[in-house]
Design a protein around this ligand. Structure first.
Ligand code: ATP
Ligand code: MG
Length: 596
C-alpha cells in the first residue's frame, strides 16, 4: 500500500481527551477517531491491526473445535425476559423500540440468542457437544466510557458458546478454551495471566479472566508468590489477622458528638481503627441486612451478594438507616439491632472489646463483645482482599498488580438452559437442560492492550503478529528520481509481504516521526547519499540501531529478519500456560545481532 493512497491521519499534538498511552497512540497514529463517547471509527491502520487479532482468534478457535457463525445484534426483549436479564442486566443494556412500540436490546452478549437458536435445533445427546463462536459488535451503555476502546460503548468481541450433555464434557471444552486463550494472547505477544474471577451478570460458578499486565489496568489482581493462586480483587479469598483474645470488659456508652467516620471515632477514643466494627446496612430483594466488617477494611459487595444468595444489593439510604436503627448515618451498630439479618466477616470471629455505633445519634458503644452483647446470623468471607493479606490457600502474603481484562471464560452450567427451557434427550431418552459454557475476548480491547505493552516515547512498537504492515519503505526524498526508483523496485520485489511505501513529498523529519509513531516492525530507509554507494538502511522499530545493507541484498535480508522475529513470536506446542513473559521479550533482551 502507498501511504498517499491510504488514510493515515497522524497527529502531532497529544489529544486532550486521552488519559492513557494506548488511547493517545491509537488517536495519534491514526488508528481510530471518536464519533461520540465510547464509540469509535476504525481507520485503515486500526482495522488492519484488528483483523490480525481476529485472524489469530479464528485460527485458534477453529483449532479448538469451534465453528463460526454470526448472530444478530438486535434482540427482541421477550428473549431477555425469559432469562430475566431484561431486568437484571440493568441500565448497561442498550434498549430501543421499533415503530410498533416493541422493545429490543442491542446485544451486549449473546447467551439468550444462541440458547434460543439451539433449543429449536438440537434434540439429542448425539449432536453434543457443540462449540460456536462469532466476532461481532457489542453494545454496552457503560457508566464511564474511557481509555478509548478499552472501555467503549460499542466494541468488537469474539464470543463463543458451548453446549454439553453433562459437566464432564463442559470441563473438557473449558480446559480447551483456557489453552486456546493462552495461545491467542501469547501469539499477540502479550504478557498475561489467567486469574480466578467473579462471574458478574453473566452467571455461573467457575470463571477465569485473562489479564494483561499493565500499570493502567482497571482491574486489581492479587497473586500468591507461595502457591501461584491468582484472582481478581473482586474474587480473591484472603485471611487477615483475627482480634486478639482478651477478657471482655464492661460495655459502655460514650458521647461522640458529630464523629461518624472510622478515623474520627478511633482518633477521638485513641484506639486503632481495626478495633472498630463498621455496620453497613443494605437493601436487597429479600429485605434489609447489616454487614459487619473491621473498621480498617472494606466490604466486598460481590461476596456479600453470594453469601445472601441475591443478585442485587443497594446501600440503605440515610432515611432508611434512621428508620431501621433510630439514628442517623454514622452511628449504626449491631447491638439491639432488630428486624434485619446480620452478617459478619470472619475477621470479627473471636476476640472482642469492639467499638460500634450505638444506634443513637452522637454515641458509640465501647467494649462490645459478640455473644454477650450482639448476635449475628452467620460469619462469612465478606472481606475485600488486599495486598499483604494471607493467601487463603497457603497463608503466604498476597501481592497485587494491575491488569487489563482481555478475555473471560465461564462455566455457565444450566442457568440459561433452565430458564429458557432448552432441553435435549439423553441416552435414556430423558429430557435434560443443556450444560453450557461461554467464552469472550475483547478484540478491540486486545489491540489497545498490545499497545499498552509495546510502545516507547515516540510511538507504537507493533509485535509482528498484530502489526498493520510488516515493512515500511521510507524514501527520504521521493522527488529524487533514483530514490523513487529504488523504492518502487523494492516495493514490487516485496510484493508478497505486507508493505507500506511512504511516497509522501514530506520532509525526512516528518516521515521519521510518523514511522516511529505508527510503529511498523521493519523499516527500510532510502537516503540519497547512501544510495550513491548502493546501500540502504534496515531498522527494526524495536531496536535502537540500524544496519546498512546493499540494495541487492535487501529482499533477502528483510525476509530473513521477518522470519527471525516471527519465529520468536510463534507459540511452541507446549504453550507455557499463563506465562508472564512473551516470546518477543527475548528480542528486546538480546537485541538483533545482525551488524556484521
Ligand atoms: P469489564 O469487567 O471490563 O466490564 P466484563 O467482564 O463485563 O468486562 P465480559 O462480559 O466478560 O466483560 O466480556 C468479554 C470481553 O469483552 C472482556 O473480557 C473484555 O475484553 C471485552 N469487553 C467487555 N466490556 C468492554 C467494553 N466496554 N469495551 C471494550 N471491551 C469490552
Ligand atoms: Mg469479564
Amino acid at each position: 500500500m502507498r501511504w498517499k493512497e491510504t488514510f493515515i491521519p497522524t497527529l502531532k499534538e497529544l489529544p486532550a481527551e486521552a488519559e492513557i498511552t494506548s488511547h493517545r497512540l491509537m488517536l495519534r497514529a491514526g488508528l481510530m477517531r471518536k464519533l461520540t463517547s465510547g464509540v469509535y471509527t476504525y481507520l485503515p491502520l486500526g482495522i488492519r491491526a484488528i483483523k490480525k487479532v481476529e485472524a489469530i482468534v479464528r485460527e485458534e478457535m477453529d483449532g479448538a473445535g469451534g465453528t463460526e457463525l454470526l448472530l444478530p445484534i438486535l434482540h427482541p426483549a421477550e428473549l431477555w425476559r425469559e432469562s430475566r436479564r431484561w431486568d437484571h442486566y440493568g441500565v448497561e443494556l442498550m434498549r430501543i423500540k421499533d415503530r410498533h412500540g416493541r422493545n429490543f436490546a442491542l446485544g451486549p452478549t449473546h447467551e439468550e440468542v444462541i440458547t434460543d437458536l439451539l433449543r429449536g435445533e438440537i434434540r439429542s445427546y448425539r449432536d453434543l457437544p457443540i462449540l460456536l463462536y462469532q466476532i461481532q459488535t457489542k453494545f454496552r451503555d457503560e457508566i464511564r466510557p474511557r481509555f478509548g476502546v478499552i472501555r467503549a460503548r460499542e466494541f468488537l468481541m469474539k464470543d463463543a458458546y458451548s453446549f454439553h450433555p453433562d459437566e464432564s464434557s463442559l470441563n473438557q471444552t473449558y480446559q480447551r478454551m483456557y489453552q486456546a486463550y493462552s495461545r491467542i494472547f501469547t501469539r499477540c505477544g502479550l504478557s498475561f495471566r489467567p486469574v480466578e474471577a467473579d462471574s458478574g451478570a453473566i452467571g455461573g460458578d467457575v470463571t477465569h479472566e485473562f489479564m494483561v499486565l499493565a500499570q493502567n489496568g482497571e482491574s486489581e489482581v492479587l497473586t500468591c508468590p507461595g502457591c501461584g493462586y491468582a484472582a481478581t480483587q473482586e474474587r480473591a479469598e484472603s485471611r487477615t489477622s483475627k482480634p486478639v483474645d482478651e477478657a471482655p470488659l464492661a460495655k459502655e456508652l460514650v458521647h461522640t458528638p458529630g464523629l461518624k467516620t472510622v478515623e474520627e471515632v478511633s482518633g477521638f477514643l485513641g484506639v486503632e481503627p481495626k478495633r472498630l466494627v463498621k455496620t453497613i446496612l443494605y437493601r436487597t430483594d429479600g429485605g434489609f441486612v447489616a454487614a459487619l466488617i473491621r473498621g480498617d477494611r472494606e466490604i466486598n459487595e460481590i461476596k456479600l451478594m453470594r453469601a445472601l444468595g441475591v443478585e442485587d444489593l443497594q446501600m440503605a439510604t440515610p432515611d432508611e438507616i434512621l428508620r431501621l436503627t433510630g439514628a442517623p448515618l454514622g452511628f449504626s451498630g449491631p447491638v439491639g439491632l432488630e428486624g434485619v439479618g446480620i452478617l459478619a466477616d470472619y475477621s470479627l470471629q473471636g476476640g472482642g472489646n469492639f467499638v460500634v455505633g450505638a444506634n443513637r445519634e452522637d454515641h458509640h458503644l465501647i467494649n462490645v463483645n459478640y455473644g454477650r452483647d450482639f448476635r449475628v446470623d452467620g460469619f462469612f468471607d465478606l472481606l475485600l482482599a488486599q495486598k499483604g493479606d494471607s493467601c487463603a490457600r497457603c497463608g503466604k502474603p498476597l501481592s497485587s498488580g494491575r491488569g487489563i481484562e482481555v478475555g473471560q471464560i465461564f462455566k455457565l452450567g444450566t442457568k440459561y438452559s433452565e430458564s429458557m427451557k432448552a432441553h435435549f434427550l439423553d441416552q435414556k431418552g430423558k429430557e435434560r437442560p443443556f450444560v453450557m459454557g461461554c467464552y469472550g475476548i475483547g478484540i478491540t480491547r486486545t489491540v489497545a492492550a498490545v499497545i499498552e505493552q509495546y510502545h516507547d516515547q515516540d510511538g507504537i512498537i507493533w509485535p509482528l503478529s498484530v502489526a498493520p504492515y510488516q515493512v515500511l519503505i521510507l524514501p527520504l526524498n521521493i522527488t529524487h528520481p533514483p530514490s523513487k526508483e529504488a523504492a518502487e523496485k523494492l516495493y514490487s520485489q516485496l510484493g508478497d509481504l505486507e508493505v507500506l511505501l511512504d511516497d509522501r513529498e514530506e520532509r525526512a523529519g516528518v516521515k521519521f516521526k510518523d514511522a516511529d509513531l505508527v510503529g511498523i516492525p521493519l523499516r527500510v530507509t532510502i537516503g540519497e547519499r547512501s544510495l550513491q554507494e548502493g546501500k540502504v538502511e534496515i531498522k527494526l522499530r524495536s531496536e535502537p540501531t540500524s544496519i546498512s545493507v546493499s540494495i541487492e541484498e535487501v529482499p533477502q535480508k528483510v525476509r530473513s529478519l521477518l522470519e527471525k522475529i516471527s519465529s520468536l513470536a510463534k507459540v511452541d506446542s507446549q504453550c507455557n500456560i499463563g506465562r508472564m513473559k512473551s516470546p518477543l521479550d527475548e528480542i528486546y533482551e538480546q537485541g538483533i545481532n545482525e551488524k556484521e
